[in-house]
Design a protein around this ligand. Sequence first.
Ligand code: BTN
Length: 245
Amino acid sequence: IGKRIEYMEQCASTQIVAHQLAQEGAPDGTVVIAELQTEGRGRLMRKWDSAKGQGIWMSIILRPDVPPHKAPQFTLVAAVAIVRAIQSVTGLEASIKWPNDILFGTKKATGILTELQSDADGIQALIIGIGVNVNQEREDFDAAVQDIATSLRLESGQPINRRELVQEILHFLEVYTELYIEKGFAPLKILWEGHSATIGKAIRARMSRETLEGIAEGITEDGVLQLRTADGKLHGIYSADIELK
Ligand code: BTN
Protein backbone atom coordinates (compact mmCIF):
# COMPACT_ATOMS: atom_id res chain seq x y z
CA ILE A 1 0.00 0.00 0.00
CA GLY A 2 1.28 3.45 -0.92
CA LYS A 3 3.75 2.41 -3.64
CA ARG A 4 1.90 4.86 -5.81
CA ILE A 5 0.80 8.08 -4.09
CA GLU A 6 -1.08 10.83 -5.90
CA TYR A 7 -0.55 13.99 -3.89
CA MET A 8 -2.68 17.02 -4.66
CA GLU A 9 -2.85 20.52 -3.25
CA GLN A 10 -6.57 20.60 -3.87
CA CYS A 11 -9.40 18.53 -5.29
CA ALA A 12 -13.16 18.22 -4.93
CA SER A 13 -12.88 14.91 -3.07
CA THR A 14 -10.12 12.31 -2.99
CA GLN A 15 -12.93 9.72 -3.31
CA ILE A 16 -13.85 11.09 -6.74
CA VAL A 17 -10.20 11.10 -7.88
CA ALA A 18 -9.65 7.56 -6.55
CA HIS A 19 -12.78 6.24 -8.30
CA GLN A 20 -11.50 7.73 -11.54
CA LEU A 21 -8.01 6.25 -11.10
CA ALA A 22 -9.47 2.86 -10.18
CA GLN A 23 -11.55 2.88 -13.35
CA GLU A 24 -8.43 3.67 -15.33
CA GLY A 25 -6.80 0.57 -13.81
CA ALA A 26 -4.72 2.02 -10.94
CA PRO A 27 -3.12 -0.85 -9.01
CA ASP A 28 -4.07 -2.21 -5.60
CA GLY A 29 -2.67 0.04 -2.87
CA THR A 30 -2.80 3.33 -4.81
CA VAL A 31 -3.26 6.28 -2.45
CA VAL A 32 -4.74 9.71 -3.20
CA ILE A 33 -4.02 12.51 -0.72
CA ALA A 34 -5.09 16.16 -0.83
CA GLU A 35 -4.24 19.15 1.32
CA LEU A 36 -7.69 20.59 0.76
CA GLN A 37 -11.00 19.15 -0.44
CA THR A 38 -13.67 21.51 -1.66
CA GLU A 39 -16.40 18.86 -1.63
CA GLY A 40 -15.28 16.36 0.98
CA ARG A 41 -18.05 13.88 1.59
CA GLY A 42 -19.08 11.72 4.50
CA ARG A 43 -21.42 8.79 4.92
CA LEU A 44 -25.11 9.18 4.27
CA MET A 45 -24.53 12.01 1.77
CA ARG A 46 -23.13 14.28 4.46
CA LYS A 47 -20.54 16.93 3.87
CA TRP A 48 -17.10 16.38 5.38
CA ASP A 49 -15.30 19.48 6.58
CA SER A 50 -11.80 19.21 5.05
CA ALA A 51 -9.89 22.37 5.85
CA LYS A 52 -6.57 23.05 4.23
CA GLY A 53 -3.47 21.51 5.75
CA GLN A 54 -5.07 20.54 9.04
CA GLY A 55 -6.11 17.00 8.49
CA ILE A 56 -5.38 13.90 6.51
CA TRP A 57 -7.76 13.59 3.60
CA MET A 58 -6.96 10.46 1.66
CA SER A 59 -8.48 7.61 -0.31
CA ILE A 60 -6.94 4.21 -0.83
CA ILE A 61 -7.69 1.87 -3.70
CA LEU A 62 -7.73 -1.81 -2.75
CA ARG A 63 -8.48 -4.71 -5.04
CA PRO A 64 -9.11 -7.60 -2.68
CA ASP A 65 -10.31 -10.92 -3.99
CA VAL A 66 -13.43 -11.15 -1.81
CA PRO A 67 -17.18 -11.18 -2.55
CA PRO A 68 -19.01 -7.82 -2.37
CA HIS A 69 -20.82 -8.63 0.88
CA LYS A 70 -17.44 -8.63 2.62
CA ALA A 71 -16.70 -5.03 1.65
CA PRO A 72 -17.99 -3.57 4.95
CA GLN A 73 -15.37 -5.58 6.82
CA PHE A 74 -12.70 -3.41 5.26
CA THR A 75 -14.15 -0.37 7.01
CA LEU A 76 -13.62 -2.19 10.29
CA VAL A 77 -10.10 -3.27 9.29
CA ALA A 78 -9.29 0.35 8.39
CA ALA A 79 -10.68 1.54 11.73
CA VAL A 80 -8.38 -0.82 13.65
CA ALA A 81 -5.41 0.31 11.54
CA ILE A 82 -6.14 3.98 12.23
CA VAL A 83 -6.56 3.46 15.99
CA ARG A 84 -3.21 1.65 16.08
CA ALA A 85 -1.53 4.37 13.99
CA ILE A 86 -2.88 7.13 16.25
CA GLN A 87 -1.63 5.18 19.25
CA SER A 88 1.81 4.76 17.74
CA VAL A 89 2.25 8.42 16.76
CA THR A 90 0.54 10.21 19.67
CA GLY A 91 0.20 7.63 22.45
CA LEU A 92 -3.54 8.42 22.51
CA GLU A 93 -6.14 5.66 22.86
CA ALA A 94 -9.09 6.28 20.57
CA SER A 95 -12.19 4.10 20.42
CA ILE A 96 -14.31 2.96 17.50
CA LYS A 97 -18.01 3.60 17.18
CA TRP A 98 -19.59 1.12 14.77
CA PRO A 99 -19.06 1.11 11.93
CA ASN A 100 -16.61 3.81 11.13
CA ASP A 101 -16.19 6.64 13.60
CA ILE A 102 -13.05 7.04 15.65
CA LEU A 103 -13.78 8.87 18.85
CA PHE A 104 -12.24 10.44 21.90
CA GLY A 105 -14.97 10.26 24.50
CA THR A 106 -18.03 11.18 22.46
CA LYS A 107 -16.20 13.42 20.00
CA LYS A 108 -15.28 12.33 16.52
CA ALA A 109 -11.71 12.61 15.25
CA THR A 110 -11.85 10.39 12.18
CA GLY A 111 -14.37 9.13 9.67
CA ILE A 112 -14.06 6.32 7.15
CA LEU A 113 -16.08 6.01 3.97
CA THR A 114 -15.80 2.75 2.05
CA GLU A 115 -17.18 2.72 -1.48
CA LEU A 116 -17.33 -0.09 -3.97
CA GLN A 117 -16.78 -0.55 -7.68
CA SER A 118 -18.24 -3.89 -8.60
CA ASP A 119 -19.67 -5.77 -11.55
CA ALA A 120 -20.91 -9.27 -12.36
CA ASP A 121 -17.41 -10.63 -11.65
CA GLY A 122 -17.40 -9.16 -8.12
CA ILE A 123 -15.44 -6.35 -6.51
CA GLN A 124 -13.33 -4.39 -9.00
CA ALA A 125 -12.09 -1.92 -6.42
CA LEU A 126 -12.71 -0.75 -2.91
CA ILE A 127 -12.18 2.93 -2.28
CA ILE A 128 -11.45 3.51 1.38
CA GLY A 129 -11.73 7.19 2.24
CA ILE A 130 -10.12 8.30 5.47
CA GLY A 131 -10.52 11.72 7.03
CA VAL A 132 -8.49 12.42 10.18
CA ASN A 133 -8.83 15.69 12.08
CA VAL A 134 -5.21 16.26 12.98
CA ASN A 135 -4.22 19.83 13.78
CA GLN A 136 -7.48 21.79 14.02
CA GLU A 137 -8.12 24.04 16.96
CA ARG A 138 -11.67 24.18 18.23
CA GLU A 139 -12.53 27.34 16.32
CA ASP A 140 -11.31 25.78 13.06
CA PHE A 141 -14.37 23.51 13.07
CA ASP A 142 -17.71 24.70 11.72
CA ALA A 143 -19.88 25.97 14.56
CA ALA A 144 -22.34 23.17 13.83
CA VAL A 145 -19.79 20.45 14.71
CA GLN A 146 -17.64 22.18 17.35
CA ASP A 147 -19.25 20.19 20.14
CA ILE A 148 -19.09 16.83 18.41
CA ALA A 149 -15.73 17.02 16.61
CA THR A 150 -12.21 16.91 17.94
CA SER A 151 -8.68 16.70 16.57
CA LEU A 152 -5.55 14.85 17.62
CA ARG A 153 -3.96 18.18 18.48
CA LEU A 154 -6.86 19.08 20.78
CA GLU A 155 -6.64 15.66 22.45
CA SER A 156 -2.88 15.55 22.87
CA GLY A 157 -2.21 19.25 23.46
CA GLN A 158 0.44 19.42 20.77
CA PRO A 159 0.72 19.62 16.99
CA ILE A 160 1.01 16.26 15.25
CA ASN A 161 3.19 15.43 12.26
CA ARG A 162 0.77 14.49 9.49
CA ARG A 163 3.36 12.79 7.31
CA GLU A 164 4.33 10.42 10.10
CA LEU A 165 0.70 9.62 10.78
CA VAL A 166 0.00 8.91 7.09
CA GLN A 167 2.96 6.51 7.03
CA GLU A 168 1.73 4.72 10.13
CA ILE A 169 -1.85 4.44 8.84
CA LEU A 170 -0.62 2.95 5.56
CA HIS A 171 1.74 0.62 7.44
CA PHE A 172 -0.96 -0.73 9.75
CA LEU A 173 -3.49 -0.93 6.92
CA GLU A 174 -1.06 -3.15 5.05
CA VAL A 175 -0.36 -5.30 8.13
CA TYR A 176 -4.06 -5.79 8.85
CA THR A 177 -5.22 -6.35 5.28
CA GLU A 178 -2.51 -9.03 4.98
CA LEU A 179 -3.71 -10.60 8.23
CA TYR A 180 -7.26 -10.48 6.86
CA ILE A 181 -6.26 -12.14 3.58
CA GLU A 182 -4.33 -14.88 5.43
CA LYS A 183 -6.57 -15.59 8.39
CA GLY A 184 -9.93 -14.07 7.53
CA PHE A 185 -11.92 -11.63 9.60
CA ALA A 186 -11.86 -13.52 12.93
CA PRO A 187 -8.61 -12.07 14.36
CA LEU A 188 -9.60 -8.57 13.21
CA LYS A 189 -13.00 -8.91 14.81
CA ILE A 190 -11.23 -9.50 18.13
CA LEU A 191 -8.98 -6.48 17.64
CA TRP A 192 -11.95 -4.36 16.57
CA GLU A 193 -14.00 -5.38 19.58
CA GLY A 194 -11.07 -4.54 21.82
CA HIS A 195 -11.20 -0.92 20.63
CA SER A 196 -14.96 -0.67 20.40
CA ALA A 197 -16.98 2.07 22.07
CA THR A 198 -20.22 0.38 20.98
CA ILE A 199 -20.20 -3.22 22.15
CA GLY A 200 -22.07 -3.82 25.39
CA LYS A 201 -23.60 -0.34 25.29
CA ALA A 202 -27.17 0.86 25.08
CA ILE A 203 -27.55 2.45 21.67
CA ARG A 204 -30.07 3.96 19.31
CA ALA A 205 -29.71 2.91 15.67
CA ARG A 206 -31.33 5.20 13.14
CA MET A 207 -31.91 3.52 9.81
CA SER A 208 -33.65 4.83 6.70
CA ARG A 209 -36.95 3.13 7.56
CA GLU A 210 -36.88 2.70 11.33
CA THR A 211 -35.10 3.47 14.56
CA LEU A 212 -34.25 0.70 17.01
CA GLU A 213 -33.02 0.92 20.58
CA GLY A 214 -31.30 -1.77 22.54
CA ILE A 215 -27.97 -3.23 23.56
CA ALA A 216 -25.20 -3.68 20.99
CA GLU A 217 -24.14 -7.26 21.64
CA GLY A 218 -21.38 -7.64 19.12
CA ILE A 219 -20.57 -7.86 15.45
CA THR A 220 -20.92 -10.90 13.23
CA GLU A 221 -18.18 -12.46 11.14
CA ASP A 222 -19.37 -10.19 8.34
CA GLY A 223 -19.09 -7.04 10.43
CA VAL A 224 -22.86 -6.72 10.90
CA LEU A 225 -23.84 -5.10 14.21
CA GLN A 226 -26.06 -7.22 16.45
CA LEU A 227 -28.62 -5.23 18.38
CA ARG A 228 -30.81 -6.82 21.09
CA THR A 229 -34.05 -4.91 21.60
CA ALA A 230 -36.09 -4.95 24.85
CA ASP A 231 -38.41 -7.66 23.45
CA GLY A 232 -35.39 -9.99 23.32
CA LYS A 233 -35.10 -10.02 19.52
CA LEU A 234 -31.69 -9.85 17.90
CA HIS A 235 -31.46 -7.52 14.90
CA GLY A 236 -28.65 -7.41 12.34
CA ILE A 237 -27.78 -3.79 11.53
CA TYR A 238 -26.09 -3.33 8.16
CA SER A 239 -26.11 0.42 7.93
CA ALA A 240 -27.25 3.00 10.45
CA ASP A 241 -26.40 6.08 12.38
CA ILE A 242 -25.58 5.01 15.92
CA GLU A 243 -26.10 7.11 19.01
CA LEU A 244 -24.67 5.94 22.33
CA LYS A 245 -27.28 6.43 25.02
C1 BTN B 1 -17.86 9.82 7.69
O1 BTN B 1 -17.53 9.74 8.87
O2 BTN B 1 -19.00 10.15 7.36
C2 BTN B 1 -16.83 9.52 6.63
C3 BTN B 1 -15.92 10.68 6.35
C4 BTN B 1 -14.88 10.37 5.29
C5 BTN B 1 -14.06 11.57 4.92
C6 BTN B 1 -12.93 11.23 3.98
S1 BTN B 1 -11.78 12.56 3.76
C7 BTN B 1 -11.01 11.69 2.45
C8 BTN B 1 -12.13 11.05 1.64
N1 BTN B 1 -12.65 11.97 0.66
C9 BTN B 1 -13.90 12.33 0.92
O3 BTN B 1 -14.59 13.13 0.25
N2 BTN B 1 -14.36 11.68 2.00
C10 BTN B 1 -13.32 10.81 2.58
